[in-house]
Structures are given as structure tokens and as C-alpha cells.
Ligand binder design. Sequence first.
Ligand SMILES: *Cc1c(COP(=O)(O)O)cnc(C)c1O
Length: 248
Amino acid sequence: MPPSPVASSVADRLSAVRSRIDAAARAAGRDPGEVRLLVATKTQDAGAVIAAVEAGVGLVGENRVQELVAKAPALADHVAAGTLEVHMIGHLQRNKVNQVLATATGVETIDGMTLARALSTRCDRDGRTLDVMVQVNVSGEESKSGVAPDDAVPLAREVAALPGLRLTGFMTIGARLDADGDPADDATVRAGFARLRAIRDEVLASGAPGTADARELSMGMTTDLDLAIAEGATIVRVGTAVFGPRRT
Ligand SMILES: *Cc1c(COP(=O)(O)O)cnc(C)c1O
């Protein structure tokens, strides 16, 4: 069967995104192999997600628990085979952790100990280990979740010490606005990404229990992935550049 039009356009766009990642890494003097692509699948149906997986995507991110649950049956075989990781990249409430744990292999949006303890308790009881990242609100924009930069290091150390969780790094969403409410310029966006890297470096250097694997920097989206890679991103989360404009 020839690939469906959806599949071929997703595959074409994916190769363009991969070229962009490679070029940004090389421009920054980095090995392109250090940067993983996470495909952000919010508002896309299961068919579009599977098209991405069949085009070689091994890591997808979901924002809403409801969407994660709806797509779970389509993703389950790939997850069970170990060929697909599914990260929660949207704000998560503790009363939804059971639904998330049924499918997700990682949660990038730890923003406090209440959520971290809820995930830890459940994973510890089930004898599993969940990959988690601490989400940091580097821009301070009120619309964004995540812990304040000053609180990120202590939170990361506390999370890292919990059973059932493996702290793998840090996640942020780049600045959209500057202090005057105008669109953020590149320097402002980069400064936020650099802040996340400094937080990561401080936690790694602390040598605190459970922090040795906290290497990942999940930062950069369609509009700012090049800046994020220049500042050390190890995971870029891309939706629009893969699927085109979002369905609402
Ligand atoms: C939607 C989303 C992305 C991808 O954004 P695009 O601009 O479509 O590339 C990445 N991260 C998070 C947390 C998102 O919600």
C-alpha cells in the first residue's frame, strides 16, 4: 500500500525538522546525536501519531491526560515493544496520575512535591521506575506552569531522593514575552534556556542522592529550537513543524 497523504507529509516534515536540528547542533559545535526529537502530538489524532512513529519517531509528548488516554490503545504495542517512549509534557494534577501511569513512560512536568510524591508512591508500590523531569518556569510568565528558577534546585534534590522515580533532567518552555509585554527577542529566550542549563549543572554537581542521571535539558519548540540547541538542549519538543498548524 502506498503511504497515505498524511503519512508522507508527516515523513517529509520530519526529515526537514531533523535537518534543522542537525544544522543547529553543528552551528553550535555540538554532535547532532546529542539532541533527541520529541514529537508533541496535542490535538493530533492517533493516526497522525502512528504516522510519526512509523517514520522513525521514538519519543512523543502529550499535553492532556484525556488525549493520552484516547491514543493509548494505538500506542500500546509500540510502548510494550520498547520502540516508543511517551512523555507527559502538559500540566498534570495528582488525581490523574493513575491514568498517566497506564501509558506514559515519563513525566516532564514535575512542579512540586505533591505531584512527585503521588507518582512516587504509586510507582514504588508497582515496582516500577518512572523517568521524571522538573519543569522550571524560566521566563516567569504567569501563563506557564513550572517551579520558579530559585526553587528548582531544592525541588530537584527532593524529587531525586524519592523511590520509584528517576530524575532525568529539566524541562522548560521558552519566553514568549519580554518584561514590557512585547515579543521576547532571541537574547531573552536564550537567557532563559541558559538558566535551565545552569540549574541542571548545579544539580549534577551537587552529587546529591539520585541526581546522577539528571542530564537532560528538554527545551525548544518549533519557533525556538535553534536557540535551545545553542544553549545545550538534549531534547527538543516539536509539534507544528511536524504536523502543520494545530487542529483546535
Ligand atoms: C505544543 C507544545 C510543544 C510543541 O510546540 P510547537 O510550537 O507546536 O512546536 C512543545 N512543548 C509543549 C509543552 C507544548 O505544549
